[in-house]
Design a protein around this ligand. Structure first.
Ligand code: ADP
Length: 291
């Protein structure tokens, strides 16, 4: 299922004295099966854009197309139930929404609300507990007795229980320690590869955007100002600076090394591993020159 936005604008408190424009003329395309990252400074419109991706907000102007569903200002809420099932959103700190007595019941709650029979919902909950790398015994535990990272996994399982084909992640690693962060990001990568989930990641981390995404959308002042592959977006430092965004660490290091050796490396290193490879390659080339 592809998502496309055409000239989308959004005003909070429209036609009131508190009217505030959050989006203006946003064009974007998110292809089925892709991993997109939405990056931008605080207040650039990322969260507002995210809520348009499953019909939680309807555009004040323009059109959002989600698969076969077209959403514009006049679309009735009734037509959006199906879209919400196909596009799951993992909000920031999703564990704050856990509420049931046991992990199993919490994961079963959403599907049962959508009419899935109890046994089917239970089976799905147990499959998800395994898929998310949680030990089977957590099923009967209270979600509130788990560690922070485990609680987050349970909350993510609750979203996956709807069997969405698109997963939207709003700063999904906020508040986790570096190890927890890496584990969650690797988990999403695995879901993308093994379950063919289309991923849309809203993030402040240039490292996560460059490591995991194949498509980057840059937001600035409510507009989508730049999009492309990580190579294209992170290759243009000046443009990123003008949107008050920096480079991933590996690219920063690459620029320092290029200054030191007085020439550019062959490819843009989007991860530490790619940078290490590029350095090995450059060292070999230096050796060949000296011979
Ligand atoms: P980001 O997620 O990039 O930080 P947001 O989408 O939250 O950006 O905000 C975009 C703009 O809309 C900001 O100027 C923000 O102050 C404003 N805004 C966000 N939510 C509301 C709201 N509920 N009411 C009024 N203005 C809002």
């Amino acid at each position: 299922m592809d998502i496309s936005l055409q000239q989308v604008g959004y005003l909070y408190g429209k036609d009131t004295p508190f009217e505030k424009r959050a989006l203006q003329g946003v064009d974007a395309t998110i292809r089925s099966g892709s991993y997109s990252a939405i990056i931008g400074h605080t207040g650039s419109g990322k969260s507002t854009l995210l809520m348009h991706l499953n019909g939680l907000l309807k555009p004040s102007e323009g059109v959002v197309q989600i698969g076969k569903t077209t959403i514009s200002a006049g679309t009735k809420a009734k037509g959006l139930k199906d879209v919400r099932r196909h596009v799951g959103i993992v909000f920031q700190f999703p564990e704050h929404q856990l509420f049931e007595e046991t992990v199993e019941k919490d994961i079963m709650f959403g599907p049962m609300n959508f009419g899935v029979p109890e046994e089917e919902a239970r089976k799905r909950a147990h499959e998800l507990i395994a898929l998310l790398g949680l030990p089977p015994e957590v099923a009967q535990k209270s979600p509130f007795d788990l560690s922070g990272g485990q609680m987050r996994r349970v909350a993510i399982a609750g979203v996956l229980a709807f069997r969405p084909s698109i997963l939207v992640l709003d700063e999904p690693t906020a508040g986790l320690d570096p190890r927890g962060r890496q584990e969650i990001m690797e988990l999403f990568h695995r879901l993308h590869v093994e379950e063919q989930l289309t991923m849309i990641l809203v993030t402040h981390s240039m490292e996560d955007a460059s490591r995991y995404a194949d498509n980057i959308i840059v937001m600035h002042d409510g507009r989508s100002v730049l999009s492309g592959t990580p190579q294209e977006v992170f290759g243009d430092e000046e443009k990123l600076k003008s949107f008050r965004l920096g480079l991933p660490r590996s690219v920063k290091f690459q620029r320092d090394i290029e200054k030191m050796i007085g020439r550019p490396l062959q490819t843009l290193a989007l991860t530490e591993e790619q940078l290490a490879e590029a350095i090995v390659q450059a060292t070999k080339e230096e050796g060949d020159r000296e011979c």
